[in-house]
Ligand binder design. Structure first.
Ligand code: RFL
Ligand code: PHB
Length: 438
């Protein structure tokens, strides 16, 4: 593989020369804000060429494009949804210390610093009592920041836009071609026509349901899966914060989580039947469930308000090995899924693309292919640690159908240990704030 990459690097240099001679057209386009860009896109019958073709404008794809741009490496991002839909998707809220540091260091952290909330601890609540985990005290001062994923996406899209980057929204039917060749390409439909993007590498950042992972031959990948027999019912409510820090609750009726978005908007979840329907849950029934699950012996109750949004999220653990096949590199949810209990999914996507960007920089700048060759192995070490942490948090805090009283006692014993043992609390804290990037 080393020889292959070295040869490809020379090909890449030739391609650059070709580009300089006008052999293929490089993109220098502003972001098409909405689907109908005012000027026609310069995709004709000939393939347009870039260095890294990125499928998916989620956190993984957008941050990768941003990091590559800072190193002078060109990319084009293809996204099948509209910009408005991407910027409105409600998902993660917790950013690890390393994610926050990276966003700040690369110039996209200004609004996050202004509007995000830094939290130095979390509460584990069980048997009617709360127990604080001092995240900062246990990790040498690290913390998490609560800042919504779609706000991170808005910041990244704005940064790519300001830098003249190319994100094609509503680019449908992406197909990956020639992944085993030196110049793979992505064919897709956009603006009523068939297009082709030729590149040196394809970054598969298209999430769990995307097309990139299935483009790897089945014989070239192994998938590890665990489905959980419950989901999360999530709400957004207009109310003041119920608590200064997040609350993770174990209760006989099931898990509940109190999170936040802003001083006026709160995010809460409770464990539910994954096949339930949000229409079965009028606001009063939702609040009754939260009141019961979150109650403490000293009468704590959540601050209630109008329910602005409600949705049900399925829970699964999933890993695809390897995260690379020929010229295709997977990153983020395209390669792995964690249940949200550990708040790791977005942060793993960030760690993946940080690693991938370093490997691509080494390739283009120094002609080194070793980091690309080891990308999958290196990324998977962190992925499996996060998989274990997320599974552990989920197992400790949720009610499993068929759980007998013995199982519940084991959960309570584990929670008691985590909240009374310094080493065990430190293990939770260092995983929660995030282990250092590779
Ligand atoms: P995404 O965010 O799914 O983005 C993939 C993008 O690819 C597009 N796409 C395609 N584009 C072109 N062609 C195709 N064929 C395409 N197929 C798909 C999609 O439209 C989309 O825009 O994946 P990415 O970038 O890997 O990011 C992963 C994170 O979104 C995810 O892991 C987190 O949201 C998980 N997560 C959390 N992570 C955290 O780190 N901290 C949290 O607090 C946290 N809370 C959560 C969460 C996920 C949740 N849900 C909804 C599962 C809370 C919840 C409830
Ligand atoms: C969120 O605020 O959406 C959130 C917080 C913590 C989690 C998962 C989601 O573990």
């Amino acid at each position: 593989m080393a020889a292959d990459f070295a040869a490809n690097y020379r090909v890449n240099l030739r391609n650059r020369a070709l580009v300089a001679c006008g052999g293929a057209r490089r993109l220098r386009l502003p972001i098409n804000n909405e689907r109908a860009a005012s000027a026609p896109l310069p995709f004709g019958r000939d393939p347009v060429r870039t260095q890294v073709g990125i499928v998916g404008a989620g956190p993984a794809g957008l941050l990768l494009s941003h990091l590559l741009h800072l190193e002078g490496i060109e990319s084009v991002v293809l996204e099948n949804r509209s910009r408005a839909a991407v910027e409105a998707t409600l998902r993660a809220g917790v950013l690890e210390q390393g994610t926050v540091d990276l966003l700040k260091a690369t110039g996209v952290g200004e609004r996050m610093q202004r509007e995000g909330a830094v939290h130095h601890g979390i509460e584990l609540r069980f048997a009617g009592r709360g127990h604080r985990i001092d995240l900062s005290g246990l990790t040498g001062g690290k913390a998490i920041t609560v800042y919504a994923q779609h706000e991170v996406l808005k910041d990244l899209i704005a940064a790519r836009s300001a830098a003249g980057g190319t994100i094609l929204f509503e680019a449908s039917d992406a197909r990956l071609c020639d992944l085993d060749q030196k110049t793979p390409s992505i064919r897709f439909d956009h603006d009523g026509g068939s297009r082709e993007l030729a590149c040196d590498f394809v970054a598969g950042c298209d999430g769990f349901h995307g097309v990139c992972r299935p483009s790897m031959p089945e014989s070239a990948r192994t998938e590890y899966t665990r489905a959980y027999p419950f989901g999360w019912f999530g709400i957004l409510t207009q109310a003041p914060p119920s608590s200064p820090e997040l609350i993770y609750t174990h209760h006989p009726r099931g898990f509940a989580l109190v999170s936040t978005r802003s001083p006026d908007i709160q995010r809460l979840y409770f464990q539910c039947d994954p096949h339930d329907d949000v229409d079965n849950w009028p606001a009063e029934r939702i609040w009754e469930e939260f009141r019961v699950r979150l109650a403490t012996l000293d009468g704590w109750a959540p601050c209630e308000g109008p329910v602005l949004q409600k949705n049900i999220v399925a829970m699964r653990s999933f890993v695809c090995e390897p995260m690379q096949c020929g010229r295709l590199f997977l990153a983020g949810d395209a390669a792995h899924i964690v249940p949200p209990t550990g708040a790791k999914g977005l942060n793993l996507a960030v760690a993946d693309v940080w690693l991938l960007s370093r490997a691509l920089v080494a390739f283009y700048r120094d002609g080194r292919s070793d980091l690309l060759e080891h990308y999958s192995e290196t990324a998977l070490t962190r992925v499996w640690r996060a998989e274990h942490f997320s599974w552990w948090m989920t197992s400790m805090l949720h009610r499993f159908p068929g759980n007998d009283p013995f199982q519940v006692r084991l959960q309570l014993a584990e929670l008691g240990y985590v909240t009374s043992s310094l080493p065990k609390a430190t293990t939770l804290a260092e995983n929660y704030v995030g282990l250092p990037f590779a």
